[in-house]
Design a protein around this ligand. Structure first.
Ligand code: FMN
Length: 240
């Protein structure tokens, strides 16, 4: 790979272009923030970088609260629109048909159409240059019940999350593996084909049935991704 070197820039991607809601239930506002991140696990803490010129900057500074609403592909237009229009001039919730729902731990509303909402309380504000960094505790998380299975496990992969890289919006692509799959033991060799005349060891899936569709979609199953964390070897700790 041959490289050319540029001066420093924030060429980092993909990142989530989150919808940040703020303001009050009576006068809610929402704007798009791509400079958002996780900064600590316990206690759960996140950050957003906001230019002082944004209308939302004053609202967040005043209340010390905001909500990070994860964006989906269905919200892509709203994400872009809320990132180019100001709450000084327009009610963005109304214009985009977004529902301002009451939050449980903060006074500002959350975006009902977003599958995951992080209710945040600012504990520090750091001016950095063009942007101020708001560091915040995540006081509560709201999750769309439709993304939970019977055991209460979250299936975020079903949310259709939106990504942003170098000025472009993307839907997420094919799942390549779960955390730690690179160091997990190889899956056992598939059973050999039965000798002629002998019945197969496992019954064939019913005709037209969707038996293990996800297995079919997973590439390189033999030496590649394997789901589940139980078999992860030591050393494959989750980051953070
Ligand atoms: C994809 C995208 C990402 C953005 N990321 C940020 C950001 O991280 N910080 C920021 O201050 N503005 C960001 N903006 C710009 C604001 O969302 C935009 O200026 C918005 O109109 C501010 O709304 P407000 O005046 O109602 O607060 C982004 C815009 C887009 C479209």
């Amino acid at each position: 790979m041959s490289k050319i070197t540029w001066k420093g820039s924030v060429l980092l991607g993909p990142i989530p272009p989150v919808l940040v809601s703020c303001g009050t239930p009576e006068k809610p506002n929402v704007f798009t923030v791509a400079w958002a991140g996780i900064i600590n696990t316990h206690p759960p803490r996140v950050s957003i970088s906001v230019r002082p010129s944004r209308h939302s900057y004053g609202l967040i500074q005043q209340s010390g609260e905001f909500v990070i609403n994860l964006p989906t592909t269905a919200l892509a237009r709203a994400v872009d629109w809320c990132g180019v229009k100001s709450g000084r001039d327009v009610d963005k919730f109304a214009a985009m048909g977004l529902t301002a729902l009451p939050a449980s731990a903060v006074g500002c509303p959350l975006v009902g159409e977003s599958p995951v909402n992080l209710e945040c309380r600012v504990f520090q504000q750091i001016p950095l240059g063009t942007h101020d960094l708001f560091l915040a505790d995540v006081a509560a998380v709201n999750v769309d019940e439709a993304l939970l299975d019977e055991a209460g496990k979250l299936h975020l992969e079903k949310a259709g999350l939106l990504a942003y890289a170098h000025g472009q919006y993307y839907s997420l692509g094919q799942a390549l593996g779960t955390f730690g799959w690179s160091v997990r033991k190889k899956a056992p060799e598939p059973a050999k084909a039965p000798k002629p005349g002998k019945p197969p060891r496992r019954p064939a899936p019913p005709a037209g049935g969707k038996a293990h569709p996800e297995k079919k979609a997973r590439p390189g199953r033999k030496a590649g991704p394997v789901t589940g964390h139980k078999t992860a070897r030591k050393g494959a700790k989750r980051p953070g």
